[in-house]
Design a protein around this ligand. Structure first.
Ligand code: PMP
Length: 326
């Protein structure tokens, strides 16, 4: 018989899938690292498990403990699955711009969810950064995960996602393109790939309203770059320690409208029912067209599943209200 001992053993080893229609204008092969095959339907299962196991190993997380995190949902799902198998409680703090589906899903896997306002400064006591830190201090036997600065986040991608992509492309990958939030995915995968072949180019997808692109290009943390945006999962108003700017060759910014429209197009033209950051990522790949030549092998990583966005990017009334479709 062939079976996994528990659901956590099914994390990773996701497929690479060729894009056929949306990328027809590009000269090269474009392959999607399809992370929704993870049990929590996102790439975040990988780092959630790694962060928990590293915290168990050095005693930050103790038996019966409570896991506390500020999360847009996917990290929460990964943490919740691991918590169920390993016997921990979870409290997640989310910004109110996140979809209702994400909140409901986290409750469905047994987590407690606290919702905070989106449009306040990170240092404001009401922000989800501040609230999660405070809860971690006040709750007995709590462990504050801090995916932004927790090195186990990048490590998970260095140890699993990166090697998988290298092996699946038989070392032929020339470009890796991925949305950047905490930075764990780009930094871990990018570092591994560049160690195998320093010529591999690593591109980050950023949003308008986020600080990454400007910071990468100028070294200036420009507060004028920060304003509310709709795209979920990528872009930040802080510089997480997990973003290793030294391994990133460049960023391209994708508009909220394009990210939403391309999320729908991935579904309708490729049969790839994916989250909002996948739409941003594939539009970003198209924006980078001039960087690609015939023999290139471009891998774009798709973080999460479309089911979490049915009330938004997959709802035409919502798309019309935002002015994204006629
Ligand atoms: N897309 C989605 C949907 C996400 O949840 C995240 C994580 N915030 C990202 C992209 C960015 O990944 P990372 O945090 O590893 O940079």
């Amino acid at each position: 018989m062939e079976y996994a001992e528990n659901i956590l053993e099914t994390i990773g080893n996701t497929p690479l899938v060729k894009l056929n229609k949306l990328t027809a204008e590009l000269p090269c092969l474009v392959l999607a690292k399809y992370e929704t095959f993870n049990p929590g339907n996102s790439v975040k299962d990988r780092m959630a498990l790694q962060m928990i196991e590293d915290a168990e190993a050095d005693g930050r997380l103790k038996p019966g403990g409570t896991i506390i995190e500020g999360t847009s949902g996917n990290t929460g799902m990964g943490l919740a699955l691991a918590a169920i198998v390993k016997g921990y409680k979870c409290v997640f703090v989310m910004a109110d711009k996140q979809s209702k589906e994400k909140v409901d899903i986290l409750k469905a896997v047994g987590a407690e969810v606290v919702v905070c306002p989106t449009d306040v400064e990170p240092t404001d006591p009401r922000s989800y950064y501040s609230v999660s830190k405070r809860l971690a201090e006040e709750t007995p036997n709590a462990w504050y995960v801090n995916q932004y600065d927790n090195p186990s986040n990048t490590k998970a991608h260095y140890q699993s996602t990166g090697p998988e992509i290298w092996e699946q492309t038989e070392g032929k990958i020339t470009h890796f393109v991925v949305g950047v939030g905490t930075g764990g995915t780009i930094s871990g995968v990018g570092k591994y790939l560049k160690e195998q072949n320093p010529d591999v180019k690593v591109w980050g997808i950023d949003t308008y309203g986020s600080v990454f692109k400007k910071y990468h290009e100028t070294g200036i943390f420009d507060e004028n770059e920060i304003y509310p945006y709709v795209t979920e999962g990528i872009g930040e108003d802080i510089l997480p320690e997990n973003v290793d700017f030294s391994i990133i060759d460049g960023f391209t910014k994708v508009t909220d409208k394009d990210a939403a429209v391309y999320t729908q197009r991935l579904s309708k033209e490729e049969g790839m029912f994916l989250g909002n950051s996948a739409g941003a990522a594939i539009k970003g790949v198209l924006q980078l067209k001039e960087h690609f030549t015939k023999d290139d092998v471009v891998v774009v990583l798709f973080h999460d599943h479309g089911s979490r966005y049915v009330g938004k990017m997959f709802n035409d009334s919502w798309m019309r209200e935002k002015g994204y479709i006629e």
